[in-house]
Design a protein around this ligand. Structure first.
Ligand code: NAP
Length: 327
């Protein structure tokens, strides 16, 4: 019997490719960082059994209809908003993701953004590089805000949100959270308190977003919510760009409704250099690097490869997103 075929949409980790090769023939798009053109993806999907896409690749019904043999889409991310899962389920296609292995590095990234924006890291580095330090130093120069002892408001106390708690406790922070479903078990285990959404926005010195992007969470943070935050508070977003209404955030930062924002994600990724947010000093933007450490990205690759291999062998992949497809 001929081996199944798999297409991987970016240069990838050799260890993971070797694992996939144990059951399938593999073709890899040669792009290092650039997304595969949609037209090429449409050609490539035509005769593959498995697809391993990145979060910048939209996988919808139109694309899946071209993949006559397609059995599994193994996303290289925990968030799978780039995949129209109901379209996959309708067509009997398995969808998988890479949860868990990136919790710590993404929580580290959110915490790094909290520290960096509150202590103005990018601004002060620029100050030194521009040669201003040689002339200036004074007690009120480049003052920031404390993280220690402040209140962290976690929106979405899931795998990554929970990862924020020990980091915050290490900084003696008071931690409050909001989920759709309050969890007394998590409250007891982690030492955190539940708040209604508006109350959390009102009370937190740092609001950190850790929800998945879906119809319910798109624009979860807009003008109304930004106005509920304290003028001294910071917004941290490592979830997905469209969870925040970026126009409203730009206005809020420009007019100082809040003190600042640390963002790992934007509305459009990759972003345009003329994004008005980038003109502001009270925001730090990272290019979606939440999970970008060597160890974590390799662990994600092995997870994505294992999910793909399991599905191609007719087994239930450990990280299946639409298990109903197997019923
Ligand atoms: P998770 O374990 O599924 O946690 C998501 C949490 O959000 C759950 O606790 C859920 O609780 C809560 N939630 C869902 N909808 C909500 C709503 N409308 N309002 C309030 N809370 C809501 O997911 P995770 O693994 O922590 O990942 C979270 C997201 O982070 C991913 O989906 C991805 O988009 C993003 N991410 C980004 C990076 C990066 O590189 N920047 C890396 C990894 C992940 P309830 O169901 O009780 O509401």
């Amino acid at each position: 019997m001929p081996k199944p075929k798999v297409y991987v949409t970016r240069k990838f980790f050799d260890e993971a490719i070797d694992l996939i090769k144990s059951v399938a023939d593999v073709e890899i798009f040669e792009g290092e960082n650039d997304p595969i053109p949609r037209k090429l993806l449409k050609e490539k999907i035509a005769d593959v059994d498995g697809l391993l896409p990145m979060l910048t690749d939209k996988v919808d019904g139109e694309l899946m209809d071209l993949g006559k043999n397609l059995k599994v889409v193994s996303n290289y991310a925990v968030g799978y908003n780039n995949i129209v899962v109901p379209d996959a389920t309708e067509r009997g296609i398995i969808v998988t993701n890479t949860p868990g292995v990136l919790n710590d590095s993404t929580a580290d990234c959110a915490f790094m953004l909290m520290m960096a924006i509150s202590r103005r890291l990018v601004e002060v580095d620029k100050f030194v590089r521009e040669g201003k330090w040689v002339k200036a130093w004074g007690p009120k120069m480049l003052l920031g805000s404390d993280v220690t002892g402040k209140t962290l408001g976690i929106v979405g106390l899931g795998r990554i949100g929970q990862g924020m708690v020990p980091r915050a406790k290490g900084f003696k922070m008071n931690v409050i959270y909001h989920n759709r479903n309050p969890s007394p078990e998590k409250e007891k285990r982690l030492g955190v308190e539940y708040r209604e959404f508006d109350d959390l926005l009102n009370e937190a010195d740092f609001v950190s977003l850790h929800v998945p992007l879906n119809d319910e969470t798109r624009h979860l943070i807009g003008e109304r919510e930004l106005k509920l935050m304290k003028p001294t508070a910071f917004l941290i977003n490592t979830s997905r760009g469209p969870v925040v209404n970026e126009k409203a955030l730009t206005k809020a930062l420009r007019e100082k409704w809040i003190a600042g924002a640390g963002l790992d994600v934007l509305y459009n990724e990759p972003t345009e250099h003329d994004n008005p947010l980038l003109e502001l000093d009270n925001v730090i933007v990272a290019p979606h690097i939440g999970s970008a450490t060597t160890d974590t990205r390799l662990a994600m690759a092995m997870k994505a490869a294992s999910n793909l291999v399991a599905a191609l062998k007719g087994e239930k992949p450990p990280d299946i997103v639409n298990p109903e497809v197997l019923e």
